[in-house]
Design a protein around this ligand. Structure first.
Ligand code: KIV
Length: 277
């Protein structure tokens, strides 16, 4: 599939212009039905590589491929008309250098209709971000806890405590100076997130950061309680859909076993009744 016109009313430039304004609302999104549910409420949706863990049962995001990202992004695009779609660049698709990053980002944009890509890393990614932005690809940065570097970071730990605060601040500055239109701050102390928000010129999008960020993002399956294998401290559950799904599936199984489903209202008569479908 090749896409030629924007799928959404909101652009990366619109998100950039929200610095210091009304908070930017965002969730991750991986499927068409979920995109339809969140389109009107979200300013942007993120086709995050978290889909590897959330939907595909992988132990980390490291096994996520370009093909997986493109397939899910194409599905999400079909459910959007309002929110900007940002697509994560998967591990291994951009770290070699600007040329590799451009080839893969251009493929994501052309094949999915994404309005922007997101990639992880601060100072070390500045040259690549600048290269993409100069060639017409809006980039969202991601600093603090960068899950694709879980092996280098030694786990999914809070980043930027004590003397590491300056490192995360420098990363956020580098991403902004390179031309990113917004930056995700993941799992950093609230005071540091507030300081970065005050000091960088682009919107900060917090996840495990601070209510003072310019916007927030959560993994949708976490906040709906659909993914309930574990709950990070920074997740608020707004629903318990896994519990509801388990109960509904158990009811269905019991009714099938007792021959109570299908009921008379779910089966078809021999003869066509007036108005019957
Ligand atoms: O992949 C993802 O879901 C993300 C969010 C955690 C920001 O990058």
């Amino acid at each position: 599939m090749s896409v030629t016109k924007p799928i959404s009313a909101i652009s990366a430039g619109d998100i950039r212009a929200r610095k210091g304004g009304d908070p930017v609302v965002s969730l991750t999104c991986y499927t068409t039905p979920m995109a339809r549910l969140m389109d009107a409420q979200c300013d942007f949706v993120l086709v995050g590589d978290s889909l590897g863990m959330v939907l595909h049962g992988l132990p980390s995001t490291l096994g996520v491929t370009m093909e997986m990202m493109i397939l899910h992004a194409q599905a999400v695009a079909r459910g959007l008309s309002h929110a900007l779609m940002v697509v994560d660049m998967p591990f291994g698709s951009y770290e070699q250098g600007p040329q590799q990053a451009f080839a893969n980002a251009a493929r994501i944009m052309a094949e999915t209709g994404a309005g922007a890509v997101k990639l992880e890393g601060g100072c070390r990614m500045a040259e690549t971000i600048a290269f993409l932005v100069a060639r017409g690809i809006p980039v969202m940065g991601h600093v603090g806890l960068t899950p694709q570097s879980v092996n280098a970071l030694g786990g999914y730990k809070v980043q930027g405590r004590d003397d590491q605060a300056e490192v995360v601040l420098a990363d956020a500055r580098a991403v902004a100076d390179a031309g990113a239109f917004a930056v995700v701050l993941e799992k950093v102390p609230a005071a540091l997130a507030d300081r970065i928000t005050a000091e960088v010129a682009i919107p900060t999008i917090g996840i495990g950061a601070s209510a003072g960020c310019d916007g927030q993002v959560l993994v949708v399956d976490d906040m709906l309680g659909l993914f309930d294998a574990f709950k990070p401290k920074f997740v608020k559950r707004y629903a318990d859909l896994a519990d509801q799904a388990r109960a509904a599936i158990a009811d269905y199984a019991a009714e099938v076993r007792a021959r109570r489903f299908p009921g008379p209202e779910h089966v078809f008569a021999d003869q066509t009744e007036k108005g019957a479908k």
